[in-house]
Ligand binder design. Structure first.
Ligand SMILES: Nc1ncnc2c1ncn2[C@@H]1O[C@H](COP(=O)(O)OP(=O)(O)OP(=O)(O)O)[C@@H](O)[C@H]1O
Ligand SMILES: [Mg+2]
Length: 278
């Protein structure tokens, strides 16, 4: 889909959904679409005119050197940035065709649709069982299935059930880092988000843990649209189907992963994946 023209942009500021985009999005199979997204921390501009169409049901990796804006972009897609008073955002972000910055769009609804996994596992300092049920109780208000079943199903899906089934009341923070990260993914599942954002989810793990968590992410493909930030080129290549390369707050290239790695269209992409900087 072509980016909106400047004229269209002026007619459709962030808080007024453009009917054209809203009509088109559900049929196009995109999980996240951004148009002319710009972001400033105070006077510092961190994102420049980001126009992305991120496909539904696929794993997309986001790569680029430190400080290029990967986390900033991810945090814009579930509106975490807005808690910082000095952040200003212009442009549009749609998740499953819905303008998430529309005043009519409630933050709690965005958080239900868009789950996030961080660099360091951040389970709540409560039991394993209550970590899994926390989001569910918040969003489903207790409805939709027996709690025991929900806990078992989520933990089975991340291959943790056999390890923790006899210690569900133990504190989640006592688990190994790999198990904690799996738990952080598991606790998103009962909420049934459409999109999962993962900001370097394996960076705190050892190689064995990285492999286990990566395999798990791969398993979730199809059911969820996953956008994953990584500094690990091998991981991006192994684990994703589409790849986006960013540099200094701008998107340089978006392509099917194999294509981006084998025949990058831009010199900067080639330099980065060959390890010449970053
Ligand atoms: N909360 C903040 N306040 C002010 N500036 C910030 C803030 N967060 C990030 N920045 C700046 O915005 C730019 C992009 O940062 P961001 O963390 O998004 O990069 P990144 O690509 O995720 O980097 P890394 O690979 O190191 O995690 C950097 O110049 C950074 O210093
Ligand atoms: Mg980052």
């Amino acid at each position: 889909m072509a980016p909106l023209s400047n004229k269209q942009q002026r007619r459709s500021p962030m808080n007024k959904p453009s009917q054209a985009l809203i009509d088109i999005a559900p049929a196009t199979g995109f999980a996240i679409q951004t148009r002319n997204l710009n972001l400033w921390y105070g006077t510092f501009q961190a994102l420049y005119d980001i126009n992305l169409d991120i496909r539904d049901g696929m794993i997309t990796s986001l790569i680029g050197p430190s400080g290029c804006g990967k986390s900033t972009f991810l945090r814009s897609v579930n509106r975490i940035n807005e808690r910082l008073g000095y952040v200003r955002i212009e442009g549009r972000i749609e998740v499953q065709g819905q303008n998430i910055y529309d005043p009519a769009c409630e933050l709690v609804q965005v958080r239900k649709q868009v789950g996030m996994v961080f660099q360091r596992p951040n389970p709540l300092p409560i039991s394993i069982r209550e970590n899994i049920l926390f989001g569910h109780k918040l969003h489903a208000k207790g409805k939709g299935g027996r709690h025991d079943d929900i806990v078992e199903q989520a933990l089975r899906q991340v291959l943790l059930w056999d390890k923790v089934k006899d210690k569900l009341s133990r504190k989640a923070t006592e688990l190994s880092l790999e198990e904690q990260q799996k738990l952080c993914i598991a606790r998103l599942l009962p909420v049934k988000p459409k999109v999962m954002l993962m900001d370097e989810p394996c960076s705190a793990l050892d190689p064995k843990g990285t492999e286990a968590v990566e395999e798990l992410i791969w398993e979730l493909r199809g059911e969820y649209s996953i956008l994953i930030v990584t500094h690990n080129m091998a991981q991006a290549r192994r684990a994703s189907e589409e790849c986006i390369f960013m540099l200094m707050g701008k998107v340089v290239e978006q392509a099917p992963t194999e294509q981006l790695f084998v025949t990058p269209a831009n010199r900067e992409t080639a330099d980065y994946i060959e390890g010449r900087y970053g």
